[in-house]
Design a protein around this ligand. Structure first.
Ligand code: BG6
Length: 475
């Protein structure tokens, strides 16, 4: 066996999000989350994501999130399985509408708070460190209908009130916090990223960046608050990362790639360096964007930068300035097909070296610790006659990505941990499917909601257990 490339206290684990696994959508006083009004892939999910009026006004036959994998009632069994794999950390999110059903209620919902107490206690029982996202695509629907979500500055105080409740309640249970999942997603799916409907609005770009400003200020203020409540808290930002490559060495393509990379860096430049990057001035001017910045905002951004940078990584992207080039299907981020890469069944291109490149680029730029909080392969699994699931393709994907991560550590990147996405099968965010599985733990449920919801171990379960036990040496 080779030597481990990972630090001794490396945080191995897995990640989920409340809105994709909990189910129990109307239980114990919970309000509606964006996913609760979305159908599955075959009944207009993408259309509703892009035009939330559909989601708000139409009635669908089936809502995948309503029961989901019923993590709400089965988390003890699930955490026990994660403990069996040797997880050091477990990333989940808190559902805002479980704590404040309308987002702006005067008092928090005790039943919701109690659920997360029980969940974190269960993790801690096994020595699993919770890593908690405060908002993962989960602005309460009530805030969307009342304020159009993060377009409205009042969301900052509502979010802070919510965050304060969490920081105080879980002060001694949770140390690692992420303020917003994939903060750059607000530019691509404003419904998920910001609880916003931008259809029919003049200059949607203006609204997106204004909403982003509100989130960046909320994130900095939450970071300040977190450190006041518990100086040991570690607060991170979270980026949907993945370097964009130029298709050719034509200078125009190289310039286009630099611009595309800046689109994501823009957020982390503010959260990690504390100010709007110089290039944003020209960008705003040329796109007719004028930010409404309140007194004190810039000071807050400057003083309260994040402790670490977390990110999801699934793929790199490819850009060209030639009109003949077409982007691939099935990607949230525009990209061309890279002829050097294989792709998943959903067209997500697989690029482990790009993972190393992405980590190095982030570390070069920010010099702050990194945390990989999502990575994995969405694939169809087949249950064999004997009940086993031979997911060698998933093992291959993860092995290559963990190797790349080990290389990045040797390159000098300070890396705190790695949580694979969807460590237990859950509902896909973009498609609403169950069949796009990422887990080590199989859940018996299909795209139409049929199945026993029973859990079982895939082949990758034992493999990942060994990876953790050897601190990444035995892949
Ligand atoms: C990230 C999100 O964008 O990618 C997750 O943070 C999401 O919520 C994951 O599930 C994978 O995407 P999908 O569409 O396959 O679920």
């Amino acid at each position: 066996m080779t030597k481990s490339n990972f630090p001794e206290n490396f945080l191995w684990g897995g990640a989920v999000a409340a809105n994709q696994c909990e189910g129990a959508y109307d239980v114990d006083g919970k309000g509606l989350s964006p996913v609760d009004i979305l159908p599955d892939a075959h009944h207009g999910r993408w259309e509703a994501l892009m035009n939330p009026k559909d989601a708000l006004t139409k009635t669908y036959d089936f809502y995948p999130s309503h029961e989901s994998i019923d993590f709400y009632h089965r988390f003890k069994e699930d955490i026990a399985l994660m403990a069996e794999m040797g997880f050091k950390t477990f990333r989940t999110s808190i559902c805002w509408a479980r704590i404040f059903p309308n987002g702006d209620d005067a008092e928090p919902n005790e039943a919701g708070l109690k659920f997360y107490d029980d969940l974190f206690d269960e993790c801690l029982k096994y020595g699993i460190e919770p890593l908690v996202t405060i908002q993962h695509f989960d602005t309460p629907v009530a805030l969307m209908t009342k304020y159009n979500g993060w377009e409205d500055r009042r969301l900052i105080d509502l979010y802070l009130n919510y965050a304060e409740i969490l920081f105080k309640r879980y002060r001694d249970k949770v140390k690692y916090w992420l303020t917003f999942n994939e903060i750059n997603m607000i530019l691509h799916i404003p419904f998920f990223g910001g609880g916003m409907d931008l259809n029919g609005k003049d200059n949607p770009e203006q609204i997106k960046y204004q909403a982003a400003h509100h989130q960046l200020v909320a994130s900095a203020k939450a970071t300040k608050l977190a450190h006041e409540i518990n100086p040991d808290f570690k607060v991170g930002c979270m980026l949907a990362a993945g370097e964009t490559y130029p298709k050719t060495c034509r200078p125009e393509d190289v310039w286009a790639a630099l611009q595309a990379n800046r689109e994501g860096y823009f957020f982390i430049d503010v959260q990690a360096r504390g100010e709007y990057p110089s290039y944003s001035r020209r960008f705003f001017k040329e796109h007719g964007i004028e930010l409404d910045i309140a007194d004190g905002d810039l000071d807050i951004l400057k003083k309260h930068t994040v402790d670490f940078i977390s990110f999801s990584y699934y793929s790199t992207r490819l850009v060209s300035t030639s009109e003949d080039d077409k982007q691939t299907e099935g990607n949230v981020f525009a990209t061309l097909k890279n002829p050097y890469l294989k792709a998943s069944e959903w067209g997500w291109q697989i690029d482990p070296l790009g993972f190393r490149t992405t980590m190095n680029a982030l570390y070069d730029r920010y010099q702050k610790p990194l945390f990989v909080v999502e990575n994995g392969l969405g694939a169809v699994d087949t249950v064999e006659a004997d009940g086993s699931i031979q997911d060698d393709y998933r093992i291959d994907y993860l092995r290559e990505h963990i190797q790349a991560m080990g290389e990045a550590v040797q390159d000098g990147v300070e890396l705190w941990g790695y949580t694979t996405w969807g460590c237990i099968d859950l509902i896909s965010a973009s498609t609403g499917e169950m069949s796009k599985r990422y887990g080590f733990i199989y859940v018996d449920r299909d795209n139409d909601g049929n199945g026993t919801l029973n859990r079982s171990r895939k082949k990758s379960f034992d493999w990942y257990k060994k990876v953790i036990a050897t601190n990444g040496a035995d892949l």
